[in-house]
Write a protein that binds this ligand. Structure first.
Ligand code: GLN
Length: 194
């Protein structure tokens, strides 16, 4: 994932920050927990973790992080958003709260909690385009799904024919949790440039 000591910011207002930090450290980069705008300076890549997107959206506002994050995402550094992080980066959100506001970044429409109650959380092996080493073990937890991917978006993996891993330029979004299985290939590729 590039030079050791590369700094990867992890937005740390809510959600599973620790697991992402461990993945980043195991890849030889330096995780930086981002709770204030100042913590974004000098960050070479960014992760928006899973959690609860409505809560995260409110906490981004109270921390003064919304505008600095919109700027960081637009700056072209590699960004990985997982689950709630994917919802925050999506251009459009269905079944969100009326006051839920995203950061933009990737031209997809996502639907929250799209797999329903029966499949609240589950695992699936995904074939990921361009990823060597076999299928990726994906953990889905109250996961969103991509209902529309714009023309500039590459769909890298699907589940039951629905996109669950997408990329546009330097921004990658996953409906699942690649930080939970110890398989760091998606972190490596998305934060290093596919
Ligand atoms: N359902 C959550 C949301 O809407 C996302 C779940 C997750 O990040 N595991 O924000």
């Amino acid at each position: 994932m590039g030079a050791p000591g590369r700094k990867v910011g992890i937005v740390a207002v809510q959600g599973d920050v620790r697991e992402h930090a461990q993945a980043v450290a195991e890849l030889g980069a330096q995780p930086v927990e981002v709770r204030t705008p100042g913590a974004l300076s000098g960050v070479d890549a960014l992760i928006l973790p899973g959690g609860e997107s409505t809560t995260m959206s409110m906490l981004l506002d109270s921390a003064g992080l919304r505008d600095p994050l919109v700027e960081a995402v637009a700056s072209g550094i590699p960004v990985l958003g997982t689950c709630a992080g994917m919802i925050l980066l999506a251009a459009e959100v269905l079944d969100g709260r009326a006051d839920q506001q995203g950061l933009g970044g990737i031209d997809v429409t996502v639907r929250r909690n799209a797999f329903g109650r029966q499949r609240d959380s589950f695992e699936a092996d995904l074939d990921v385009a361009g990823l060597e080493g076999g299928p990726f073990p994906a953990v889905f937890i109250r996961a969103p799904v991509v209902e529309r991917a714009g023309p500039g978006v590459d769909v890298l993996a699907t589940l039951d024919g629905r996109p669950v891993l997408c990329r546009q330029g330097s921004i990658t979004v996953a409906a699942f949790h690649p930080e939970l299985t110890g398989d760091h290939r998606i972190h490596e590729r998305s934060l290093g440039g596919w």
